[in-house]
Write a protein that binds this ligand. Structure first.
Ligand code: F0G
Length: 460
């Protein structure tokens, strides 16, 4: 088939469309000022191409929409819950399931259940909500990712890997008794969507188990991770995404999941575990914060869309298209000499704002400004992933000054066409040509938690 020679040909066609508003530059200048130079505070109506996130922004299939009509909205024991439970067992391999309204709901329950005040929780780079919940539970997050992950130009097939030495050093320093679990996110969102190898995951699991430490997988985009393993790791070339994904999960004791990514839905998540006692505790807590243990804050129809989403998402042709589409887009920028994070990751292309706006210091919020400028130029919405997202040190109160100062152009699943990416790439290239004119920002409003969502800025 000719389609075999085009690496990311769509395994779907379009049945319904959503019109987009075309705005003028004048409109967009007004909108961004009203939004305090924060793309999170823009109205979606005023955005042309929305690459803010791949979270909950996916296009569902006719199979999923048909499932929505079969929502069993009983308070307890909805049949859609049992469909989801079956699919989590079948495709992820965990024994017990607690649904939650989204990923951070799962992180909240797990952090509250496992972390005691004064504990340490290592992980392969922080994720905003994950770390926030660990800190609210009294823990301290410790980054144990390999050094390469903090360097946007370092080339590494599995740049999301855990540095086993760093993990071991932490165990020696604080003692295994103070480490309830290690979180492995695969791929690593904040590092640019960089994958973790099977060999590394296995090594983490072996060391953790020797020391009595649990391994928690952030499985949010784990099917994308499986694609990288299939392409890059010896011995996996002939295995399906489903097989690789399930083997990867088998090197963990539990998973938190934001279904809003891999699972092609608009809302939903879960925490899944193998240990009965842990399950009991999670089930006790879910009724306090989310809802009954058979719906976890979701409607029956949402559970059904998620159950069906698993079946579609796991197919090789889906993930291949998904990651290759991101790669197509990334290559447009790379080939034009735009500074981006390399290798190109699984869910997004990340602009390196430090090199893009070289003349701005980190305290002038270069990534925040770059995201805003791209919107003004083109109507394309992206997201800051730099000093604003990193937040403040909970002890000193100072900014955290992350090495990576990035703008994320995130690709929703099954939503945009090749022309949309061609246009976005042109917009970035044109902005790069006049990069020296850019002015920085100052922060004029700062929320306490996850400040990047609602912070406001003014142009210097
Ligand atoms: N873990 C990872 C790796 C994530 O990317 C996210 C969400 C979560 C957990 C939390 O899940 O949003 O369902 O509560 N990431 C979104 C993003 C917000 O834009 O990257 P959630």
């Amino acid at each position: 088939m000719l389609a075999d020679r085009i690496p990311w040909v769509e395994p779907y066609k379009i049945k319904m469309v959503e019109p987009l508003k075309i705005t003028t530059r004048e409109d967009r200048v007004k909108s961004i000022k009203e939004a305090g130079w924060n793309t999170f505070l823009l109205r979606s109506e005023d955005v042309y191409i929305d690459l803010l996130t791949d979270s909950g922004t996916n296009a569902m299939s006719d199979y999923q929409w048909a499932g929505m009509m079969l929502g069993d909205e009983a308070y307890a024991g909805s049949r859609n819950y049992y469909h989801l439970e079956d699919n989590v067992k079948k495709y992820y391999g965990y024994k017990y399931l607690v649904p939650t309204h989204q990923g951070r709901g799962a992180e909240h329950l797990l952090s509250q259940t496992l972390i005691k005040k004064g504990d340490f929780v290592p992980g392969n780079m922080y994720f905003t909500t994950t770390r926030q919940h660990q800190e609210l539970a009294g823990g301290t997050f410790v980054d144990v990712i390999i050094d390469e992950a903090h360097d946007p130009e370092a080339l590494h097939d599995f740049k999301g890997n855990v540095d086993i030495q760093k993990f071991e050093d932490l165990i020696n320093r604080v003692g295994a008794g103070k480490i309830p679990y290690i979180t492995v996110g695969a791929p690593v969102n904040m590092a640019g969507g960089q994958p973790v190898s099977m060999a590394n995951m296995k090594e983490v699991y072996e060391l953790a188990h020797k020391k009595g430490i649990k391994v928690v997988l952030d499985a949010t985009r784990n099917m994308e991770n499986a694609f990288f393993i299939q392409q890059r790791e010896e011995g996996y070339n002939n295995k399906s995404i489903a097989e690789i994904h399930k083997e990867f999960c088998s090197y963990s004791d539990a998973a938190t999941m934001s279904g809003k990514k891999d699972l092609l839905i608009n809302i939903g998540g879960f925490v899944a575990v193998n240990d009965w006692d842990l399950f009991e505790e999670l089930r006790n807590l879910v009724v306090v914060f989310e809802g009954l243990h058979t719906y976890g804050g979701l409607a029956g129809r949402d559970l059904e869309a998620m159950a069906r989403g698993i079946e579609e998402a796991i197919k090789d042709e889906n993930i291949t298209h998904r990651v290759r589409q991101v790669e197509y887009f990334g290559n447009l920028l790379k080939n034009a000499g735009i500074p981006i994070v390399l290798p190109i990751g699984g869910h997004a292309v990340f602009l390196d704002a430090k090199r893009f706006y070289e003349h701005l210091s980190q305290l002038q919020f270069p990534a925040q400004k770059l995201a805003a400028d791209l919107y003004v130029e083109s109507g394309v919405r992206s997201m800051e992933r730099g000093i604003v997202s990193a937040g403040r040190d909970k002890v000193t109160g100072d900014h955290k000054y992350p090495k990576l100062e990035l703008v994320r152009l995130t690709v929703p699943r099954r939503v945009y066409t090749q022309t949309h990416f061609d246009m976005t790439a042109l917009a970035v290239i044109e902005l790069y040509e006049k990069r020296k004119e850019a002015k920085g920002l100052k922060m004029v409003y700062e929320p306490t938690y996850l400040r990047f969502f609602q912070a406001r800025f003014e142009e210097l």
